[in-house]
Design a protein around this ligand. Structure first.
Ligand code: ADP
Ligand code: MG
Length: 399
Protein backbone atom coordinates (compact mmCIF):
# COMPACT_ATOMS: atom_id res chain seq x y z
CA UNK A 1 0.00 0.00 0.00
CA UNK A 2 1.19 3.48 -0.82
CA UNK A 3 -0.78 5.08 2.03
CA UNK A 4 -0.53 4.66 5.79
CA UNK A 5 -3.02 2.41 7.51
CA UNK A 6 -4.11 1.94 11.11
CA UNK A 7 -1.44 -0.66 11.84
CA UNK A 8 1.27 1.89 10.97
CA UNK A 9 0.27 4.15 13.89
CA UNK A 10 2.14 4.25 17.19
CA UNK A 11 0.15 3.21 20.31
CA UNK A 12 0.33 6.83 21.53
CA UNK A 13 -1.50 7.96 18.36
CA UNK A 14 -4.56 6.03 19.54
CA UNK A 15 -4.47 5.67 23.31
CA UNK A 16 -7.15 7.89 24.85
CA UNK A 17 -7.58 9.86 21.63
CA UNK A 18 -10.73 10.62 19.66
CA UNK A 19 -10.44 8.69 16.41
CA UNK A 20 -12.68 10.26 13.78
CA UNK A 21 -13.61 7.38 11.47
CA UNK A 22 -15.50 7.83 8.21
CA UNK A 23 -17.50 4.64 7.70
CA UNK A 24 -20.00 3.74 4.99
CA UNK A 25 -23.20 2.70 6.75
CA UNK A 26 -25.29 3.37 3.66
CA UNK A 27 -26.97 0.02 4.28
CA UNK A 28 -29.97 -1.53 2.52
CA UNK A 29 -33.14 -0.97 4.55
CA UNK A 30 -36.51 -2.71 4.76
CA UNK A 31 -39.71 -0.79 4.06
CA UNK A 32 -40.13 0.02 7.78
CA UNK A 33 -36.66 1.64 7.79
CA UNK A 34 -34.91 -1.15 9.70
CA UNK A 35 -31.48 -2.37 8.60
CA UNK A 36 -32.00 -5.31 6.22
CA UNK A 37 -28.35 -6.19 5.52
CA UNK A 38 -25.49 -5.75 8.01
CA UNK A 39 -22.63 -6.51 5.59
CA UNK A 40 -21.30 -2.95 5.56
CA UNK A 41 -21.57 -2.64 9.35
CA UNK A 42 -19.76 -5.94 9.97
CA UNK A 43 -17.08 -4.97 7.48
CA UNK A 44 -15.94 -2.11 9.76
CA UNK A 45 -15.66 -4.22 12.94
CA UNK A 46 -11.93 -5.07 12.55
CA UNK A 47 -11.10 -1.34 12.49
CA UNK A 48 -13.43 -0.48 15.38
CA UNK A 49 -12.19 -3.36 17.53
CA UNK A 50 -8.56 -2.45 16.86
CA UNK A 51 -9.14 1.20 17.79
CA UNK A 52 -11.05 0.27 20.96
CA UNK A 53 -8.40 -2.32 21.84
CA UNK A 54 -5.69 0.36 21.68
CA UNK A 55 -7.66 2.66 24.00
CA UNK A 56 -8.95 4.90 21.19
CA UNK A 57 -12.39 6.53 21.31
CA UNK A 58 -14.13 6.09 17.92
CA UNK A 59 -16.30 8.92 16.58
CA UNK A 60 -18.13 7.74 13.46
CA UNK A 61 -19.27 9.74 10.46
CA UNK A 62 -21.40 8.24 7.68
CA UNK A 63 -23.99 9.13 5.10
CA UNK A 64 -27.18 7.23 4.33
CA UNK A 65 -29.13 7.62 1.10
CA UNK A 66 -29.27 10.86 -0.86
CA UNK A 67 -30.95 13.54 1.32
CA UNK A 68 -29.16 16.23 -0.78
CA UNK A 69 -28.19 18.62 1.99
CA UNK A 70 -31.55 18.58 3.79
CA UNK A 71 -32.71 16.81 6.94
CA UNK A 72 -34.79 13.83 5.82
CA UNK A 73 -35.95 11.94 8.95
CA UNK A 74 -36.33 8.62 7.10
CA UNK A 75 -32.59 8.79 6.32
CA UNK A 76 -31.48 9.28 9.94
CA UNK A 77 -28.65 7.06 11.18
CA UNK A 78 -30.49 6.55 14.50
CA UNK A 79 -31.58 2.95 13.65
CA UNK A 80 -27.96 2.02 12.86
CA UNK A 81 -26.64 2.68 16.41
CA UNK A 82 -28.32 -0.29 18.18
CA UNK A 83 -27.41 -2.64 15.31
CA UNK A 84 -23.78 -1.52 15.49
CA UNK A 85 -23.78 -1.85 19.30
CA UNK A 86 -24.94 -5.44 19.03
CA UNK A 87 -22.45 -6.35 16.29
CA UNK A 88 -19.59 -4.63 18.12
CA UNK A 89 -20.48 -5.78 21.61
CA UNK A 90 -19.84 -2.26 22.93
CA UNK A 91 -21.96 0.73 23.78
CA UNK A 92 -22.68 3.08 20.88
CA UNK A 93 -23.94 6.57 21.63
CA UNK A 94 -25.92 8.40 18.95
CA UNK A 95 -26.18 12.18 18.62
CA UNK A 96 -28.87 13.37 16.16
CA UNK A 97 -26.66 16.09 14.67
CA UNK A 98 -23.15 16.47 13.26
CA UNK A 99 -22.29 20.12 12.67
CA UNK A 100 -23.21 21.27 16.19
CA UNK A 101 -21.59 22.00 19.57
CA UNK A 102 -23.57 19.04 20.87
CA UNK A 103 -21.65 16.74 18.52
CA UNK A 104 -18.29 18.20 19.55
CA UNK A 105 -19.00 17.93 23.27
CA UNK A 106 -20.32 14.37 22.85
CA UNK A 107 -17.00 13.47 21.23
CA UNK A 108 -15.07 15.09 24.09
CA UNK A 109 -17.07 13.34 26.82
CA UNK A 110 -16.87 9.93 25.13
CA UNK A 111 -15.49 7.32 27.52
CA UNK A 112 -13.04 4.52 26.80
CA UNK A 113 -14.66 1.38 25.43
CA UNK A 114 -17.57 3.20 23.81
CA UNK A 115 -18.20 4.62 20.35
CA UNK A 116 -20.12 7.66 19.14
CA UNK A 117 -22.19 7.77 15.96
CA UNK A 118 -23.08 11.19 14.56
CA UNK A 119 -25.99 12.00 12.21
CA UNK A 120 -26.04 11.60 8.41
CA UNK A 121 -23.30 13.78 6.88
CA UNK A 122 -25.41 14.35 3.78
CA UNK A 123 -27.98 16.27 5.85
CA UNK A 124 -25.41 19.08 5.51
CA UNK A 125 -25.22 21.09 2.29
CA UNK A 126 -21.40 21.36 2.37
CA UNK A 127 -20.79 17.61 2.45
CA UNK A 128 -21.20 16.83 -1.23
CA UNK A 129 -19.50 20.07 -2.34
CA UNK A 130 -16.48 19.32 -0.12
CA UNK A 131 -16.94 22.71 1.59
CA UNK A 132 -13.60 23.51 3.30
CA UNK A 133 -15.29 25.25 6.25
CA UNK A 134 -17.46 22.19 6.94
CA UNK A 135 -14.45 19.89 6.55
CA UNK A 136 -12.58 21.97 9.14
CA UNK A 137 -15.54 21.71 11.55
CA UNK A 138 -15.80 17.92 10.99
CA UNK A 139 -12.14 17.74 12.01
CA UNK A 140 -12.94 19.19 15.47
CA UNK A 141 -14.76 15.95 16.34
CA UNK A 142 -11.53 13.95 16.40
CA UNK A 143 -7.78 14.03 17.06
CA UNK A 144 -6.86 11.93 14.03
CA UNK A 145 -8.68 10.59 10.97
CA UNK A 146 -9.31 7.09 9.65
CA UNK A 147 -11.03 6.40 6.34
CA UNK A 148 -12.78 3.04 6.46
CA UNK A 149 -15.64 4.04 4.14
CA UNK A 150 -14.53 2.14 1.08
CA UNK A 151 -17.93 2.50 -0.62
CA UNK A 152 -17.62 6.32 -0.41
CA UNK A 153 -13.93 6.69 -1.17
CA UNK A 154 -14.56 7.70 -4.79
CA UNK A 155 -16.49 10.77 -3.54
CA UNK A 156 -14.57 14.00 -3.04
CA UNK A 157 -16.85 14.91 -0.12
CA UNK A 158 -16.06 16.92 3.02
CA UNK A 159 -16.16 13.89 5.36
CA UNK A 160 -14.05 11.78 3.01
CA UNK A 161 -11.50 14.13 1.45
CA UNK A 162 -11.69 17.65 2.96
CA UNK A 163 -11.54 16.53 6.58
CA UNK A 164 -8.18 14.78 6.04
CA UNK A 165 -6.54 18.14 5.34
CA UNK A 166 -7.24 19.24 8.89
CA UNK A 167 -6.41 16.07 10.85
CA UNK A 168 -3.08 14.27 11.00
CA UNK A 169 -2.41 11.41 11.02
CA UNK A 170 -4.98 10.52 8.33
CA UNK A 171 -4.83 6.81 7.55
CA UNK A 172 -6.73 3.96 5.88
CA UNK A 173 -8.80 1.57 7.99
CA UNK A 174 -8.58 -2.19 7.60
CA UNK A 175 -11.64 -2.45 5.35
CA UNK A 176 -10.23 0.09 2.90
CA UNK A 177 -6.90 -1.70 2.98
CA UNK A 178 -8.45 -5.14 2.38
CA UNK A 179 -10.57 -3.82 -0.49
CA UNK A 180 -7.60 -2.18 -2.19
CA UNK A 181 -5.58 -5.38 -1.92
CA UNK A 182 -8.33 -7.52 -3.47
CA UNK A 183 -9.06 -5.01 -6.22
CA UNK A 184 -5.42 -4.49 -7.14
CA UNK A 185 -5.34 -8.26 -7.60
CA UNK A 186 -8.18 -7.87 -10.07
CA UNK A 187 -6.42 -5.01 -11.87
CA UNK A 188 -3.35 -7.15 -12.31
CA UNK A 189 -4.84 -10.62 -12.84
CA UNK A 190 -7.30 -10.12 -15.67
CA UNK A 191 -7.18 -13.71 -16.83
CA UNK A 192 -9.08 -13.90 -20.09
CA UNK A 193 -11.86 -13.73 -20.88
CA UNK A 194 -12.33 -10.63 -18.69
CA UNK A 195 -16.05 -10.18 -18.14
CA UNK A 196 -17.85 -7.14 -16.79
CA UNK A 197 -21.45 -7.55 -15.56
CA UNK A 198 -23.41 -4.37 -14.94
CA UNK A 199 -26.90 -4.05 -13.51
CA UNK A 200 -28.77 -2.26 -10.77
CA UNK A 201 -30.33 1.15 -10.76
CA UNK A 202 -27.62 3.82 -10.28
CA UNK A 203 -26.99 4.11 -13.98
CA UNK A 204 -25.71 7.67 -14.17
CA UNK A 205 -22.98 6.76 -11.66
CA UNK A 206 -21.81 3.68 -13.50
CA UNK A 207 -22.27 4.31 -17.16
CA UNK A 208 -19.33 6.71 -17.46
CA UNK A 209 -16.94 4.01 -16.33
CA UNK A 210 -18.01 1.79 -19.20
CA UNK A 211 -15.80 3.98 -21.35
CA UNK A 212 -12.72 2.61 -19.61
CA UNK A 213 -13.86 -0.97 -19.54
CA UNK A 214 -15.32 -1.32 -22.99
CA UNK A 215 -11.79 -1.54 -24.40
CA UNK A 216 -10.44 -3.79 -21.62
CA UNK A 217 -13.32 -6.26 -21.28
CA UNK A 218 -13.91 -9.18 -23.63
CA UNK A 219 -17.63 -9.02 -22.89
CA UNK A 220 -20.00 -6.75 -20.97
CA UNK A 221 -23.30 -8.25 -19.81
CA UNK A 222 -25.97 -5.71 -18.97
CA UNK A 223 -29.02 -6.49 -16.84
CA UNK A 224 -31.30 -4.84 -14.28
CA UNK A 225 -32.60 -1.32 -14.76
CA UNK A 226 -29.29 -0.56 -16.53
CA UNK A 227 -30.47 -2.87 -19.33
CA UNK A 228 -33.80 -1.04 -19.48
CA UNK A 229 -31.93 2.15 -20.28
CA UNK A 230 -29.87 0.45 -22.99
CA UNK A 231 -32.96 -1.20 -24.45
CA UNK A 232 -34.67 2.20 -24.51
CA UNK A 233 -31.62 3.48 -26.39
CA UNK A 234 -32.18 0.82 -29.07
CA UNK A 235 -35.66 2.29 -29.53
CA UNK A 236 -37.55 -0.36 -27.55
CA UNK A 237 -40.64 0.84 -25.69
CA UNK A 238 -40.11 0.01 -22.05
CA UNK A 239 -43.61 0.57 -20.62
CA UNK A 240 -43.41 1.56 -16.97
CA UNK A 241 -39.89 0.15 -16.51
CA UNK A 242 -37.28 2.14 -14.62
CA UNK A 243 -35.32 3.95 -17.35
CA UNK A 244 -32.82 6.76 -16.72
CA UNK A 245 -33.73 9.11 -19.54
CA UNK A 246 -30.65 11.36 -19.13
CA UNK A 247 -28.43 8.31 -19.66
CA UNK A 248 -30.11 7.21 -22.92
CA UNK A 249 -27.83 9.25 -25.23
CA UNK A 250 -24.69 7.83 -23.56
CA UNK A 251 -26.13 4.32 -23.79
CA UNK A 252 -26.75 4.93 -27.49
CA UNK A 253 -23.14 5.92 -28.00
CA UNK A 254 -21.92 2.77 -26.22
CA UNK A 255 -24.18 0.61 -28.33
CA UNK A 256 -22.61 2.12 -31.45
CA UNK A 257 -18.99 1.71 -30.28
CA UNK A 258 -19.36 -1.48 -28.21
CA UNK A 259 -20.28 -3.80 -31.05
CA UNK A 260 -20.46 -7.44 -30.05
CA UNK A 261 -18.83 -6.78 -26.66
CA UNK A 262 -22.08 -5.45 -25.17
CA UNK A 263 -24.76 -8.03 -24.49
CA UNK A 264 -28.29 -7.06 -23.53
CA UNK A 265 -31.07 -9.38 -22.31
CA UNK A 266 -33.22 -10.84 -25.08
CA UNK A 267 -36.18 -11.53 -22.80
CA UNK A 268 -37.54 -9.93 -19.65
CA UNK A 269 -39.82 -10.72 -16.73
CA UNK A 270 -42.50 -8.02 -16.62
CA UNK A 271 -45.18 -7.21 -14.04
CA UNK A 272 -47.18 -4.38 -12.56
CA UNK A 273 -44.48 -2.36 -10.76
CA UNK A 274 -46.73 -2.06 -7.71
CA UNK A 275 -47.41 -5.81 -7.44
CA UNK A 276 -46.17 -7.39 -4.20
CA UNK A 277 -45.01 -10.67 -5.77
CA UNK A 278 -44.57 -12.46 -9.08
CA UNK A 279 -48.07 -14.00 -9.21
CA UNK A 280 -49.11 -12.00 -12.28
CA UNK A 281 -45.71 -11.64 -13.92
CA UNK A 282 -44.94 -12.86 -17.44
CA UNK A 283 -42.02 -13.26 -19.80
CA UNK A 284 -41.83 -11.08 -22.92
CA UNK A 285 -39.31 -10.35 -25.67
CA UNK A 286 -36.94 -7.56 -24.67
CA UNK A 287 -38.47 -5.28 -27.29
CA UNK A 288 -42.09 -5.93 -26.28
CA UNK A 289 -42.72 -4.61 -22.77
CA UNK A 290 -46.48 -3.90 -22.48
CA UNK A 291 -47.21 -0.19 -21.84
CA UNK A 292 -48.75 -0.75 -18.40
CA UNK A 293 -46.05 -3.12 -17.09
CA UNK A 294 -42.41 -2.84 -16.01
CA UNK A 295 -39.37 -5.05 -16.67
CA UNK A 296 -38.25 -6.29 -13.24
CA UNK A 297 -35.83 -9.12 -14.09
CA UNK A 298 -34.03 -10.67 -17.05
CA UNK A 299 -35.95 -13.56 -18.63
CA UNK A 300 -35.11 -17.30 -18.66
CA UNK A 301 -33.31 -17.26 -22.05
CA UNK A 302 -31.11 -14.34 -20.99
CA UNK A 303 -30.49 -16.01 -17.63
CA UNK A 304 -29.14 -19.07 -19.36
CA UNK A 305 -27.14 -17.17 -21.95
CA UNK A 306 -25.56 -14.88 -19.31
CA UNK A 307 -24.77 -17.81 -16.98
CA UNK A 308 -23.00 -19.67 -19.79
CA UNK A 309 -20.73 -16.67 -20.46
CA UNK A 310 -19.99 -16.22 -16.74
CA UNK A 311 -19.04 -19.88 -16.22
CA UNK A 312 -16.39 -19.64 -18.95
CA UNK A 313 -14.83 -16.35 -17.78
CA UNK A 314 -11.29 -16.05 -16.39
CA UNK A 315 -11.96 -12.82 -14.48
CA UNK A 316 -15.36 -11.40 -13.53
CA UNK A 317 -16.29 -8.05 -12.11
CA UNK A 318 -19.99 -7.75 -11.29
CA UNK A 319 -21.73 -4.61 -10.07
CA UNK A 320 -25.52 -4.29 -9.87
CA UNK A 321 -28.27 -6.91 -9.54
CA UNK A 322 -29.98 -8.29 -12.65
CA UNK A 323 -33.43 -7.34 -11.35
CA UNK A 324 -35.59 -6.27 -8.44
CA UNK A 325 -34.11 -9.15 -6.42
CA UNK A 326 -35.55 -7.91 -3.10
CA UNK A 327 -39.07 -8.87 -4.23
CA UNK A 328 -40.00 -12.54 -4.25
CA UNK A 329 -40.03 -13.88 -7.80
CA UNK A 330 -37.78 -11.24 -9.36
CA UNK A 331 -34.47 -12.61 -8.14
CA UNK A 332 -34.03 -15.50 -10.62
CA UNK A 333 -31.71 -13.58 -12.96
CA UNK A 334 -29.52 -12.38 -10.10
CA UNK A 335 -29.40 -15.85 -8.52
CA UNK A 336 -28.56 -17.54 -11.85
CA UNK A 337 -25.66 -15.14 -12.44
CA UNK A 338 -24.51 -15.58 -8.81
CA UNK A 339 -24.49 -19.39 -9.17
CA UNK A 340 -22.57 -19.10 -12.43
CA UNK A 341 -20.04 -16.80 -10.71
CA UNK A 342 -19.61 -19.43 -7.98
CA UNK A 343 -19.05 -22.12 -10.65
CA UNK A 344 -16.53 -19.87 -12.40
CA UNK A 345 -14.65 -19.39 -9.10
CA UNK A 346 -14.67 -23.14 -8.39
CA UNK A 347 -12.98 -23.77 -11.73
CA UNK A 348 -10.22 -21.25 -11.09
CA UNK A 349 -11.75 -17.92 -12.16
CA UNK A 350 -11.20 -14.70 -10.18
CA UNK A 351 -14.57 -13.17 -9.29
CA UNK A 352 -15.30 -9.87 -7.59
CA UNK A 353 -18.77 -8.62 -6.70
CA UNK A 354 -19.11 -4.92 -5.87
CA UNK A 355 -21.94 -2.70 -4.62
CA UNK A 356 -24.08 -2.49 -1.49
CA UNK A 357 -27.12 -4.09 -3.09
CA UNK A 358 -25.08 -6.57 -5.08
CA UNK A 359 -23.37 -7.70 -1.87
CA UNK A 360 -26.79 -8.10 -0.24
CA UNK A 361 -28.00 -10.12 -3.25
CA UNK A 362 -25.06 -12.52 -3.14
CA UNK A 363 -25.60 -12.98 0.58
CA UNK A 364 -29.30 -13.61 -0.01
CA UNK A 365 -28.28 -16.33 -2.48
CA UNK A 366 -25.96 -17.80 0.20
CA UNK A 367 -22.94 -17.53 -2.10
CA UNK A 368 -20.78 -14.83 -0.44
CA UNK A 369 -18.09 -17.37 0.39
CA UNK A 370 -18.17 -18.96 -3.07
CA UNK A 371 -16.71 -15.97 -4.96
CA UNK A 372 -13.20 -14.50 -4.72
CA UNK A 373 -14.11 -11.16 -3.11
CA UNK A 374 -17.31 -9.32 -2.17
CA UNK A 375 -16.56 -5.61 -2.20
CA UNK A 376 -18.60 -3.21 -0.08
CA UNK A 377 -18.29 -0.54 -2.77
CA UNK A 378 -19.98 -0.43 -6.17
CA UNK A 379 -19.03 2.88 -7.77
CA UNK A 380 -15.84 2.96 -5.68
CA UNK A 381 -14.65 -0.44 -6.86
CA UNK A 382 -15.42 0.38 -10.50
CA UNK A 383 -13.61 3.68 -10.29
CA UNK A 384 -10.63 2.12 -8.53
CA UNK A 385 -10.41 -0.56 -11.21
CA UNK A 386 -10.51 2.11 -13.88
CA UNK A 387 -8.18 4.69 -12.32
CA UNK A 388 -5.95 2.74 -9.93
CA UNK A 389 -6.64 5.21 -7.10
CA UNK A 390 -9.50 7.15 -5.48
CA UNK A 391 -9.86 10.74 -4.15
CA UNK A 392 -10.33 9.51 -0.56
CA UNK A 393 -7.12 7.48 -0.79
CA UNK A 394 -5.10 10.35 -2.22
CA UNK A 395 -6.13 12.46 0.80
CA UNK A 396 -4.40 10.10 3.28
CA UNK A 397 -0.82 10.19 4.64
CA UNK A 398 1.76 8.62 2.31
CA UNK A 399 3.28 5.41 3.68
P1 ADP B 1 -25.34 -1.60 -6.12
O1 ADP B 1 -25.78 -1.11 -4.76
O2 ADP B 1 -25.00 -3.05 -6.08
O3 ADP B 1 -24.28 -0.74 -6.73
P2 ADP B 1 -27.53 -0.25 -7.40
O4 ADP B 1 -27.72 0.55 -6.16
O5 ADP B 1 -27.09 0.43 -8.62
O6 ADP B 1 -26.59 -1.52 -7.10
O7 ADP B 1 -28.90 -0.95 -7.79
C1 ADP B 1 -29.56 -1.88 -6.94
C2 ADP B 1 -31.04 -1.71 -7.01
O8 ADP B 1 -31.49 -1.79 -8.35
C3 ADP B 1 -31.78 -2.78 -6.23
O9 ADP B 1 -32.56 -2.16 -5.23
C4 ADP B 1 -32.64 -3.46 -7.30
O10 ADP B 1 -33.91 -3.81 -6.82
C5 ADP B 1 -32.76 -2.37 -8.34
N1 ADP B 1 -33.12 -2.89 -9.66
C6 ADP B 1 -32.42 -3.76 -10.41
N2 ADP B 1 -33.07 -4.04 -11.56
C7 ADP B 1 -34.22 -3.34 -11.53
C8 ADP B 1 -35.33 -3.19 -12.42
N3 ADP B 1 -35.38 -3.86 -13.57
N4 ADP B 1 -36.32 -2.36 -12.06
C9 ADP B 1 -36.26 -1.68 -10.89
N5 ADP B 1 -35.26 -1.77 -10.01
C10 ADP B 1 -34.26 -2.58 -10.32
MG1 MG C 1 -27.11 0.43 -4.16
Amino acid sequence: MWRKNLADLAPSDLDGRRVLIRVDYNVPRAEDGSVSDVTRIRATLPTLRYVLGKGGRPVLLSHLGRPKGRIVPSMSLAPIAPVLAEELGASVRFVPSTDTDEAVSASESLGRGEALLLENTRFLAGEATNDPALAERFARRGDLFVNDAFGSTHRAHASVVGVAEHLRPAVAGFLVQRELEALSGLREARNRPFLLILGGAKIGDKIGLLETFLGAADAVLIGGAMANTFLAATGARMGRSLVEQEAVPVAKRFLETGGDTLRLPTDLVVADPGASDESDSMVVDACAVPPDLAALDIGPDSREAFAAVVRKAGTVFWNGPMGLFEKPGFDAGTVAVARAAADCTASGGFTVIGGGDSAAAIRQAGLSDSVSHVSTGGGASLEYLAEGTLPGIEALDPA
